[in-house]
Design a protein around this ligand. Structure first.
Ligand SMILES: NC(=O)c1ccc[n+]([C@@H]2O[C@H](COP(=O)([O-])OP(=O)(O)OC[C@H]3O[C@@H](n4cnc5c(N)ncnc54)[C@H](OP(=O)(O)O)[C@@H]3O)[C@@H](O)[C@H]2O)c1
Length: 350
């Protein structure tokens, strides 16, 4: 393994994902010679915790270009569309958490321990998938390898931290208001989220009757698992009043027969997964059990009685850790291990 250390910039370091990236970089002792937290002018001059110290937050400006080896970016698609190519031009490899680059042909979309080899041949940007897609990939890859996949039907129950720090604040404030008999005020979401569930995660665009989140789940799943167009994928994404941890009901139709027992054994041996499956005793994954954990939890593994080659699974992951920050750092580790923290000569994003 190379002995290099890296100057690492974390864009969006004051946000829900960026602050978790700082935690994970420190916990996993990523070989950083320096970590620089970057954000907008709004929080420049404030400080963020990193590895027992407080680091000053620096505004993302032109002056920041140059001198970085690696950028971990989570400040929204608009920031990544503009700044990721500029950092690549300045010689840094960018691991991007936003949706902007994910479906770009020249950008690998990587879930660590699922499609690691995709990092080879990157052109300077490696994309981190959507949090909802990410955790499902960890559970589906072993099934794909063992029995093939013919069709997927996914329903999600997504926590508010998936929208960022303002949504966490909104859930807390609305909950307090409702308990005090006041009208909850909705700013981040189209409806109050406290004591509510709504079938809209992100937005409806251009008359599409699927949301942008549902489109991401369907498109990114196909790209990461290399599924052909004849594999059917259908997703419905709902927002629930949970702070952290996305839950998913996954109905998977396999090509070859796979019994629930064999599926349980298969997933029990898979990296990054923990099977919690004794429902009679109340043992199954929940968001409160997964918050703060690196592994994705899976349970309620059972036969779909309507189809002989269909299984139902309940998959729960911490959207801020495996769903975002942990995977971004794991991708950075992969790049380090394979000596790929370098922008290839002549690389360009066509
Ligand atoms: N939350 C999740 O579970 C999750 C999972 C996967 C991917 N993502 C993606 O990660 C990104 C960030 O999500 P989040 O949940 O962390 O959001 P968040 O809590 O709202 O944080 C946003 C961060 O972006 C920074 N920022 C905003 N505009 C900026 C600008 N013009 N220049 C520099 N920094 C800027 C903010 O800095 P200030 O303090 O200066 O405002 C803040 O640090 C989004 O693209 C999201 O889709 C999120």
């Amino acid at each position: 393994m190379p002995e290099r250390t890296y100057r690492v910039g974390v864009i969006g370091a004051t946000g829900a994902v960026g602050s978790t990236i700082l935690d994970v970089l420190a916990e996993r002792r990523f070989p950083a010679s320096e970590v620089v937290p970057l954000a907008s002018a709004r929080s420049a001059g404030s400080s963020v915790p990193f590895d027992g110290q407080q680091l000053n937050v620096i505004e993302l400006t032109e002056e920041m270009l140059g001198g970085f080896d690696l950028i971990l970016s989570s400040a929204g698609g608009a920031v990544s569309s503009e700044w990721a190519p500029r950092f690549v031009e300045s010689g840094a490899v960018v691991v991007d958490n936003t949706s902007y680059w994910r479906m770009h042909d020249d950008v690998p979309l990587v879930v660590a321990q699922v499609n690691d080899d995709a990092v080879e041949g990157h052109s300077g940007i490696v994309a981190n998938p959507n949090c909802t897609t990410m955790q499902m990939m960890v559970a589906l890859k072993p099934i794909l390898d063992a029995a093939g996949i013919e069709r997927l039907v996914v329903s999600t129950y997504q926590s508010v931290s998936g929208t960022g720090r303002n949504a966490i604040k909104e859930l807390r404030e609305q909950s307090r208001a409702v308990l005090e008999g006041e009208e909850p005020r909705a700013v981040v979401y189209p409806h109050p989220i406290a004591f509510n569930v709504f079938p809209q995660v992100e937005s409806f665009k251009d008359g599409d009757d699927y949301t942008t989140e549902e489109r991401k789940v369907m498109g990114e799943t196909r790209k990461i698992l290399g599924l052909s167009d004849d594999v059917g994928i259908s997703a419905t994404c709902a927002r629930v009043p949970v702070v952290t941890g996305h839950s998913e009901s996954v109905n998977v139709q396999t090509k070859q027969d796979l019994s629930p027992e064999d599926c349980r054994d298969l997933l029990g041996d898979a990296p990054g997964l923990v099977v919690l499956d004794d429902p009679g005793d109340g043992i199954y994954p929940t968001p409160t059990a997964v918050a703060g954990r690196d592994e994705v939890l899976v349970g309620r593994i059972r036969r779909d009685p309507s189809h002989e080659r269909c299984l139902n699974l309940w998959v729960v992951g911490d959207n801020l850790r495996k769903g975002a920050a942990l995977n971004a750092v794991q991708v950075a580790e992969l790049l380090h291990e394979r000596d790929l923290v370098r922008v290839p000569a002549g690389a360009s994003l066509s």
